[in-house]
Design a protein around this ligand. Structure first.
Ligand code: PBG
Length: 336
């Protein structure tokens, strides 16, 4: 950022309120602008057909069977939302300690990708790369004797990234926080002919208490033993986030993400200023639940807090935001 004097001019010759007097003037001086092009919509999918299940801790969010997911995609595309991110609720019977369902080419995620690509081409499909929906332990990696194994987890997730690429996934989004996974996925994907598939790395992902509603939605809360502090970052740290992001860019990440969102906007700003790469943040399930929960009680205005928080992400330096409010925001931004 350029050096600026914040005290240029003084009252009464300078009156800061003059530029704010009318709507046209406020629009003229606005420094950032939120648009539908900034939105990525995370969607939960489940088995079955023509079925939807409300997520209790996320009012207004339903898990969708693949056919209804495709219908929802059409709606998102028609609103101009560029991309959706798929998260599966995997049947408990398919969760094992080796998480092998993660690389079954016919797993729920791959079926959802194929259905999406067939019926709604033109909308970007982002897929999580992590083992927690498939792992009996609820951890993002393979667990042995209480330890989350790094390199073994990468081997399994590499196979996951390959089946997802084969099914037509546009963006692999590793949320697992193992060391070295971006480089491993890039190498394997390139060798298999998927040079065009992008990687959006969850580069600075914190061990946060704001993920609980998500874990309910994908059915991993009950399974999870312990916490994720040996791989996700300590919320106290900021310099460390820059090292994480630097490694992921060096290993081939096309885009980087900070997660959670609102309590971590200082990290977004540092990342954007330090690296200048496409930078995203995830307004996570707990953030959504806080806003919606309060709005449902009449304590907050949902539409206003949604647009305000999303604008704050832009101001902090985000090129885009993953938000469960993407469809509502797109409607509001389009005046529909
Ligand atoms: C796990 C994953 C999580 C989220 C996205 N991918 C949860 C976790 O790390 O336990 C959280 C998203 C949200 O809370 O909305 N791979």
């Amino acid at each position: 950022m350029s050096q600026r004097h914040t005290t240029l001019g003084s009252y009464p010759t300078t009156r800061m309120r003059r530029n704010r007097r009318s709507d046209w003037s406020r629009r003229l001086v606005a420094e950032t602008k939120l648009s539908v092009d900034d939105l990525i919509w995370p969607v939960f999918v489940q088995e079955g057909s023509n079925s939807r299940t409300p997520v209790a801790s996320m009012p207004g969010v339903d898990r969708l069977s693949v056919d209804l997911f495709v219908e929802a995609l059409k709606q998102a595309r028609d609103l101009g939302i560029p991309a959706v991110a798929i998260f599966p609720e995997v049947d408990a019977a398919k969760k094992t300690s080796d998480a092998r369902e993660a690389y079954n080419p016919d797993n729920l995620v791959c079926r959802a990708i194929r259905a999406a690509k067939k019926s709604v081409p033109g909308i970007g499909i982002v897929c999580d790369v992590a083992l927690d929906p498939f792992n009996a332990d609820g951890h993002d990696g393979i667990v042995r004797d209480g330890e989350i194994l790094n390199d073994e987890s990468i081997e399994v997730m590499t196979r996951q990234a390959l089946v997802q690429s084969e099914a037509g996934c546009d963006v692999q989004a590793p949320s697992d926080m193992m060391d070295g996974r971006i480089g491993a996925f890039r190498k394997a994907m390139d060798a298999a002919g998927y040079q065009h598939v992008q990687i959006m790395s969850y580069a600075a992902k914190y061990a946060s208490a704001f993920y609980n509603p998500f874990r309910d939605a994908i059915g991993s809360s009950g399974a999870l033993k312990g916490d994720k502090k040996t791989y996700q970052m300590d919320p106290a740290n900021s310099d460390e986030a820059l090292r994480e992001v630097g490694h992921d860019i060096a290993e081939g990440a096309d885009m980087v993400m900070v997660k959670p969102g609102l309590p971590y906007l200082d990290i977004v700003r540092r990342v954007k200023d330090a690296f200048g790469v496409p930078t995203y943040a995830y307004q996570v399930s707990g953030e959504y639940a806080m806003l919606r929960g309060a709005a449902d009680r009449g304590w907050l205005d949902w539409e206003k807090v949604l647009l305000e928080t999303l604008s704050c992400f832009k101001r902090a330096g985000c090129d885009g935001i993953l938000t469960y409010g993407a469809v509502d925001a797109a409607r509001l931004l389009r005046g529909k």
